[in-house]
Design a protein around this ligand. Structure first.
Ligand SMILES: C[S@@+](CC[C@H](N)C(=O)[O-])C[C@H]1O[C@@H](n2cnc3c(N)ncnc32)[C@H](O)[C@@H]1O
Length: 724
C-alpha cells in the first residue's frame, strides 16, 4: 500500500460529490461499518511486466539520494501551465530513491555504509556490450546503441481515409465498449473486449432496478440479502455518495480515512464481481453506484478531485485502477542515462560505484540506462555529472527516442525539447553527426536546454525558440520529428502531486487541441522522400485517451499520407482501439502505453508514424491551423521575431504561411548590425543593405524544397549539417 494522502491524520476531508447522509439512515449505517476484507489478491492479478524496473523497498529501507542539478534550477519558474516536463521533475534537487537493489544486503548502519564505500571496488558485469552488434529494426534500418531489433509485423495501412468528423472528441459520456488493457505479450488476436470490467463502463441500472423490485427494499439491513461476506461482516457498508445522488455536499463527518480505505478495497472486490445482481454489494445498488462510491473514496483517500479520478478510472478495471492510484503515491526509481558522447556505461558505472553509488543496469531494453538505488553523494552534482557523463533521466523518457531510432547524419526536429533529456539522447545516438533542431516555445526553458546540450557535449544541435505550430513554415524537410508534447502530466503524478487537484475538463480539452495542432505540424515537417527516415514519434507523459489515442486517431484522419508503425519498444501495453463508445483506427493498437503500476516507470504514451508522399489531389493540404476551426486555435498567440531575433507575441494571428523573405532579411541584417554594435563594432546602415553577396545569402536561405534555412544568428548555436 502506498503512502496515504496528506489528509490522512484528520477526518475525511469533504470533496465535491462525496456526500454523507448526515441526517438519516446513511449516517446510522456508517457507525456500523466493519472492516472489509482486503482485495489485495485482486491487485495481485496485475502482472509485473517485462521491462519493469525494480520495485521500491519498504520505506524504512530507503535512503535519500541528493540530486542537485544546477542546470535546471530555473525550470520551475519557466514551466507554464500545460507544459509539464518529465525531465523537470527528473532533475529535482532532492529525490528519494530505493536504497538497496534486490538481492543485496542493505547497509543497516552508517558504519556499514562507510565500510562498503571504502571496501574493494565492485566490478559490474554488463552482458550487453555497448559497442557490439548492430541491430536492425523492422524497416531494415540500423538501430542505434541502446536498442534491440524486434521481429514485429508490418503495420496495416490506413490509407483508406476515414472522413469521420472531429465532433465527439470531448465526449465524456459513459461507454459500453471499452477495452481492458491486456498484457502486452498477449497476441493481439486474443484481445478481448471485457465489457463491464473497466470502471464505469457498465450500465447495470436496468438490471439493478429489477433487483430492487425483487428485493422490495433498498435497506441494507434487509435479511434477505445473501453475500459471501456475511461470515465476516456483522453489518454491511453504505454508499453515502450514492445515497445523496453524488451531490456536492459535506461528507462523512467522523469517517476515518482508515474506514474509507477499507470501504474502498471492499468496493473494488464488489465491482470486480461478475455477478450481475451485485450480490456482494449493497442491496439495491447497481454496479454504477458502487463505482461512483469507489471514485469518491479513491479521491478522498489519495487526495484527488473526483473529476480526475473518474477520468482515470475509465482506463482500468477497478483493481487495476486502485493499483494505479497506489503507485502514484510512491516515487519511481532514480535512473540516469550514460552519455555515449563522453563515456561508456560500464566506465560511468565503475566511476559511480567507486563513489559508493549502488546501481545496476536499467534493464535489457537499454544499453545506456542505469538505475540508482542509493548514493552517498548528490547524484546531480558528481564530477561525472558535471562533466556530462550522464543525464538524470526518467526511464520512460528513453522510450520515445528509442522509438524515433535516429540514424547517423539525419536531420531531426525535436519540436518541444526543453530541458533536453531527449534531445541530448538523440544527439548521442547520432554520434554528433547530422543536425538536431531542438525547439521549445518557452524562452526561459531553452536556457536549461542549451546548458544541457553544452554539458553533454552535443555539437549537432541547433536551439530554436518558436511556437512549434509554426513548423514547417520555419523549416521543414526533416528525416525524423519527435513531438514530446506538452501534456497534463497524469503519468507523473508521483512527481507532481498538484496534478491531482488542478486539472479540469477544460484543461484536457485545451491540451488535446494544442496536441492535435502540433501533431499535424510534426507530420508536415517530415520529408516524405527521406531515404533513411520519414518518421514522426508522438509521446506524452500522460495516460488520458484525450491526449493520446484521440490525438493519434485525429492525425490519421487528417493526414491520409501517414500510417502508424510499430514503435520497436519491447514492452508497454497496446493503445486503446476504442474508448467510451468511440472507435479509433484499428492500427492505434500499435501505439504503446506505459504505467507506473505495471512497469514501475512514469505513465507514458508513444506512437510512431511513417510519413508517405501525399497523393495528388489528396485532401488535407492546409496547415494545422487551417484545420482547427473552433475558438481554441484563436486563443493561441502566434509569435514572431523582433529586431533582436527574440520571439515576441504578435497581437493579430496572421497567416503564417505568408512568409516575407525581404522582411526577414531586413530583420536579420538589423539584428546583425545591433549585435556588432553591442560588441563596439559600428557599421554604417549603408553597408548593411543587401549587396550582391547578401542577396546570394538570401537566396541560399531558401532550399530547393522550399525550406527556409535558419540564418546564422541568435537562434543558431551550432553549425548546420552539409547534407541539407
Ligand atoms: C514534456 S515537455 C518536453 C520535455 C523534453 N522533450 C525533454 O525530453 O526534456 C513539453 C515542452 O513543450 C513546450 N511547449 C509547450 N507548448 C509549446 C508549443 N506550442 N511549441 C513548442 N513547445 C511548446 C514546453 O515549454 C515544454 O518544455
Amino acid at each position: 500500500m502506498g503512502r496515504r494522502a496528506k489528509n490522512k491524520q484528520g477526518d475525511v476531508k469533504p470533496l465535491p460529490g462525496t456526500v454523507p447522509d448526515k441526517s438519516s439512515t446513511s449516517r446510522r449505517q456508517q457507525s456500523k461499518k466493519k472492516k472489509a476484507p482486503s482485495t489485495k489478491n485482486d491487485s495481485k492479478s496485475i502482472k509485473s511486466q517485462k521491462g519493469s524496473l525494480k520495485k521500491p523497498l519498504p520505506a524504512h529501507r530507503q535512503k535519500k539520494v541528493d540530486i542537485i542539478d544546477e542546470d535546471d534550477s530555473d525550470l520551475d519558474e519557466a514551466l507554464q501551465p500545460g507544459e509539464f516536463s518529465d525531465e523537470d521533475v527528473d532533475e529535482e534537487e532532492t529525490v528519494k530513491v530505493k536504497s538497496i537493489k534486490k538481492g543485496k544486503k542493505p547497509a543497516s548502519s552508517d558504519d556499514e555504509e562507510v565500510e562498503e564505500r571504502s571496501g574493494p571496488v565492485k566490478q559490474l558485469e554488463f552482458s550487453d556490450s555497448e559497442a557490439e552488434d548492430e541491430d536492425l529494426n523492422d524497416d531494415g534500418e540500423a538501430l542505434p546503441l541502446g536498442q534491440h531489433a524486434f521481429d514485429l509485423d508490418e503495420a496495416p495501412s490506413d490509407e483508406d481515409d476515414d472522413e469521420e468528423e472531429l465532433g465527439d472528441e470531448f465526449d465524456m459520456e459513459g461507454s459500453d465498449d471499452e477495452e481492458m488493457l491486456d498484457d502486452e505479450f498477449d497476441d493481439e488476436d486474443d484481445e478481448e473486449d471485457k465489457e463491464g470490467d473497466s470502471a464505469f463502463d457498465s450500465d447495470e441500472d436496468a438490471e439493478m432496478a429489477a433487483v430492487e423490485e425483487d428485493d422490495g427494499s433498498e435497506n441494507e439491513e434487509d435479511d434477505g440479502i445473501q453475500t459471501n461476506l456475511e461470515d465476516d461482516l456483522e453489518e454491511t457498508y453504505t454508499l453515502p455518495a450514492v445515497d445523496r445522488g453524488g451531490e456536492e455536499e459535506e461528507i462523512e463527518h467522523g469517517t476515518s480515512l482508515r474506514d474509507v480505505e477499507q470501504r474502498m478495497r471492499w468496493l473494488v472486490g464488489v465491482c470486480l464481481s461478475k455477478d450481475d445482481k451485485m450480490s456482494k454489494g449493497v442491496p439495491g445498488k447497481s454496479r454504477s453506484d458502487h463505482l461512483l462510491q469507489l471514485q469518491h473514496d479513491i479521491a478522498t483517500y489519495f487526495g484527488y478531485n473526483t473529476f480526475l479520478v473518474g477520468k482515470l478510472m475509465k482506463l482500468f478495471a477497478a483493481d487495476e485502477a486502485l493499483a494505479f492510484f497506489e503507485s502514484n503515491e510512491s516515487p519511481r526509481p532514480v535512473t540516469i542515462r550514460a552519455n555515449t558522447l563522453r563515456t561508456r556505461r560500464r566506465d560511468l558505472a565503475q566511476s559511480l560505484i567507486n563513489r559508493g553509488v549502488n546501481l545496476e543496469p536499467i534493464g535489457k531494453w537499454s544499453k545506456v540506462g542505469l538505475q540508482i538505488f542509493e548514493s552517498p553523494v548528490p547524484i546531480g552534482a558528481t564530477p561525472e555529472y558535471l562533466a556530462g557523463h550522464y543525464m538524470l533521466q526518467a526511464a520512460s523518457s528513453f522510450l520515445p527516442v528509442i522509438a524515433l531510432s535516429p540514424q547517423p547524419n539525419e536531420r531531426i526536429l525535436d519540436m518541444a525539447s526543453a530541458p533536453g533529456g531527449k534531445t541530448t539522447y538523440i544527439s548521442a545516438l547520432l554520434q554528433n553527426t547530422g543536425q538536431i533542431f531542438a525547439n521549445d516555445s518557452n524562452k526561459l526553458r531553452t536556457k536549461s536546454l542549451t546548458a544541457n546540450i553544452h554539458r553533454m557535449g552535443c555539437k549537432n544541435v541547433i536551439v530554436c525558440n518558436y511556437d512549434a505550430r509554426e513548423f514547417p513554415k520555419v523549416i521543414g524537410g526533416f528525416d525524423r520529428v519527435l513531438l514530446d508534447a506538452p501534456c497534463s502530466g497524469t503519468g507523473v503524478i508521483s512527481k507532481d502531486a498538484s496534478v491531482k487537484v488542478n486539472k479540469t475538463e477544460r484543461d484536457f480539452q485545451l491540451l488535446a487541441h494544442l496536441q492535435k495542432q502540433l501533431i499535424l505540424c510534426a507530420i508536415d515537417s517530415v520529408n516524405p522522400n527521406s531515404t533513411t527516415g520519414g518518421y514522426v514519434v508522438y509521446s506524452t507523459c500522460s495516460v488520458t485517451v484525450d491526449e493520446n489515442e484521440s490525438v493519434v486517431d485525429y492525425a490519421l484522419r487528417k493526414r491520409p499520407n501517414v500510417k502508424l508503425v510499430e514503435t520497436g519498444l519491447e514492452f508497454g501495453v497496446p493503445g486503446f482501439k476504442s474508448f467510451e463508445g468511440k472507435n479509433f483506427n484499428p492500427t492505434v493498437s500499435l501505439t504503446r502505453r506505459f504505467y507506473p503500476h505495471k512497469h514501475n516507470m512514469d505513465g507514458f504514451f508513444v506512437a510512431k508514424f511513417k510519413v508517405e508522399k501525399r497523393k495528388k489531389g489528396s485532401k488535407s493540404t492546409g496547415t494545422a491551423k487551417d484545420e482547427e476551426d473552433d475558438d481554441v486555435a484563436q486563443q493561441q498567440p502566434i509569435k514572431k521575431l523582433n529586431d533582436e531575433g527574440m520571439i515576441v507575441e504578435q497581437e493579430e494571428v496572421g497567416d503564417i504561411s505568408k512568409f516575407d523573405n525581404d522582411e526577414d532579411e531586413a530583420l536579420i541584417e538589423e539584428s546583425k548590425r545591433k549585435a556588432l554594435k553591442k560588441k563596439g563594432i559600428k557599421i554604417s546602415t549603408k553597408s548593411t543593405k543587401p549587396t550582391t553577396s547578401s542577396a546570394k545569402t538570401s537566396e541560399s536561405n531558401s532550399t530547393s524544397n522550399g525550406q527556409i534555412k535558419v540564418p546564422k544568428g541568435k537562434k543558431v548555436t551550432e553549425k548546420r549539417r552539409s547534407k541539407a
